[in-house]
Design a protein around this ligand. Sequence first.
Ligand SMILES: [Zn+2]
Length: 103
Amino acid sequence: MARIKKNDTVMVLAGKDKGKTGKVLSVLPARRRAIVEGINMVKKHQRRTREEEKGGVVEKEASINLSNLAVFCKGCNRPTKVGFDVLKDGTKTRFCRKCKEAF
Ligand SMILES: [Zn+2]
């Protein structure tokens, strides 16, 4: 079960965006990376097209290694370790190890 999932709020632990938080837009499990809203922005050059004369440079999120991310607990207001639990009906849940709040 993934430690970090889509729509989680995560904090960046390393790199140029260290200390920032953002929402996970997508997870790339095979590459152990994730795309996080507003994090690891890179400038991408867009090809000019006849329809869109502007072209030029747009900023876009680049993927970031999962090991550089931690789930951010709103209850604790800090990044936290995630616990896992399996309910009697087989449902898997994740929770904050500190305040026990479920994610
Ligand atoms: Zn917590």
